[in-house]
Design a protein around this ligand. Structure first.
Ligand SMILES: Cc1cc2nc3c(=O)[nH]c(=O)nc-3n(C[C@H](O)[C@H](O)[C@H](O)COP(=O)(O)OP(=O)(O)OC[C@H]3O[C@@H](n4cnc5c(N)ncnc54)[C@H](O)[C@@H]3O)c2cc1C
Length: 493
């Protein structure tokens, strides 16, 4: 499978296009089909099979690396299948097509007093993409991952057969396709359980902690009362201060705490709550990346990290007792707490032309501090300091290609600078090795550098055997592939 670019065949309704991962480093010439219904998907699968090319699936294209691109072959982009199909306001269950975005979901649910249980850091992700990567939010240690709240889905196999899957029906495929990175079939509808909320506001508190150990200890203390937790690390800090950072702890408002819940639950009010950030949308598209570009340079990274730490620690200098909810909290809107960066269009363009790689390592609790220290120190030694570092508390999940652990994750952003690509890739492969040496896992939705040998180490032999057996059963011709699947599961090509 996979033909040279000069000879991509014609597929009815598909157009040639250059697609990239969200990090802009991976680019590939593909044929792109944009189905509007199940019949269109079957036609695309059949045409690709007849033409002898593989099919990669794509939602919003927000995976950082090569998970949703398929060089010299077909990409089926389901973002146009974006209808809400059913809603049960009593039970809070919603059935949607795979192209419905997290933004569409919260805008529909919040005015009715409901929200998606798990959301990633951007709302432009589609439900199909969120299910295929089994995304996690800032509450993973408490409520689990996206797949834990999927009740059932319909999936189109490469043969054109549609199956319904749940925990009791086709349960093996249910477990494999959630987190299966689009390699088992195309979701055509998904039913999710939502959660009740009384207000469109949350209570947020930020505290500063001078070392990695102190930051992790604070995260643990705040987990006794917080609903969402996320920490930002100052990547410029070294020695005893290495891993110092700011902890954002957030809790939902209880019924009765918000005097105007209907107002704060309205999408209009939520949009207005972004205040001055909304001005970014009025700037010409090309300005913001240009304004932000210095932040992607080595001195800009160091300066921005220092500045954020200094400002954050000044604001948070009186530490509350983190075992209790804060007494003088700051109220924030749901969107400001979850999707602030969505207000700034094209901010990733600051990383052009080389793009950005994010490495997110998930490490079991006991080994986490040592592993994270090594990841940051190794970056300093290589002279390639991450522009952003985010640490979260995580818990294990039971889906087949699981990447989650009982412990913590550290996401590190690496700008890829002109002339430094080979050095950056070598560093990232070293970081993958450090993660694996600590019994950790790499998140495929962000990954761009894991090797096939490293992937072999990451999964238990019985997991890989099961993956290949289910792949052979549900996609026997290995029609479904992506650049990522060929890179790390080379046996399926
Ligand atoms: C700024 C930013 C912040 C992020 N924050 C988080 C976070 O906090 N937590 C987190 O977990 N992730 C996070 N992510 C990663 C993101 O949530 C995942 O990469 C997600 O999978 C992207 O969804 P998408 O709709 O863009 O899908 P794509 O990136 O297009 O595809 C993702 C995977 O889903 C498969 N796929 C897509 N549609 C279908 C379908 N219909 N049927 C079957 N398979 C399909 C693709 O083949 C691919 O393997 C973040 C990404 C960005 C850019």
């Amino acid at each position: 499978m996979g033909l040279p670019s000069t000879s991509i065949p014609t597929i009815p309704g598909a157009q040639p296009a250059t697609l990239s991962g969200w990090g802009l480093r991976d680019q590939a010439r593909c044929l792109v089909a944009r189905p509007l219904n199940e019949a269109d998907i079957v036609i695309a699968f059949q045409a690709a099979w007849e033409a002898g090319i593989s099919v990669g699936l794509r939602g919003g294209g927000n995976s950082y690396g090569d998970a949703a691109i398929n060089a010299d072959a077909l990409v089926v982009d389901t973002s146009g299948m974006d209808r809400i199909l059913a809603w049960d306001a009593e039970r809070g269950t919603i059935t949607v097509e795979p192209g419905v975005t997290i933004s569409q979901l919260w805008r529909f649910l919040l005015p009715q007093g409901w929200l998606p249980v798990v959301v990633p850091g951007t709302s432009v992700v589609t439900v199909g993409g969120a299910a295929a990567a089994n995304v996690h939010g800032k509450s993973n240690w408490r409520v689990g991952c996206f797949g834990d709240h999927i009740l059932r889905f319909d999936i189109m196999l490469s043969s054109g057969e549609r199956l319904t899957c749940s925990r009791t029906e086709n349960a093996d495929l249910f477990s494999a396709a959630i987190g299966g990175m689009g390699l088992f079939g195309c979701f055509t509808s998904l039913t999710l359980q939502a959660r009740r909320v009384s207000s469109g506001l949350v209570v947020a508190t930020q505290t500063a902690h001078g070392s990695l150990d102190a930051l992790i200890a604070a995260l643990e203390e705040a987990s006794a009362w917080a609903d969402d937790l996320v920490t930002w690390l100052d990547t410029s800090a070294r020695g005893a201060s290495l891993g110092r950072g700011l902890l954002n702890a957030i809790r939902d408002l209880a019924p009765g705490e918000d005097p105007q819940p209907e107002r704060t639950r309205s999408p209009d009010w939520q949009d207005r709550s972004l205040g001055v950030l909304r001005l970014a949308r009025t700037l010409p598209d090309s300005w913001l990346p240009w304004l932000a570009r210095p932040l992607a340079s080595p001195w800009g990274v160091a300066l921005a990290n220092r500045a954020q730490w200094t400002l954050g620690s000044l604001r948070a200098r009186r530490l509350p007792d983190l075992r209790q909810p804060p007494i003088h909290p700051r109220l924030m809107s749901y969107v400001a707490a979850n999707f602030t960066l969505d207000a700034i269009p094209n901010w990733r363009d600051a990383y052009k032309p080389g793009g950005l790689i994010q490495q997110q390592s998930f490490i079991p609790r006991e080994a986490a501090a040592s592993a994270f220290r090594q990841l940051i120190e190794r970056s300093h030694e290589a002279g390639i300091v991450p522009s952003l570092a985010v640490l979260k508390k995580q818990r294990l999940s039971a889906f087949l290609l699981n990447y989650l652990v009982d412990g913590y994750s550290l996401a590190l952003d690496y700008p890829v600078r002109r002339g430094h690509e080979a050095q950056t890739l070598a560093l990232l492969r070293d970081l993958n090795a450090i993660t694996l040496d600590h019994g950790g896992r790499i998140y495929l939705a962000k990954d761009d550098t894991l090797t096939a040998e490293q992937a072999q180490r990451m999964y238990a032999p019985e997991t890989l055997a099961r993956f290949h057996a289910l792949k052979a059963r549900y996609d026997p011709d290995t029609l479904l592939q992506t650049n990522l699947s060929r890179r790390i599961f080379h046996r399926i090509v």
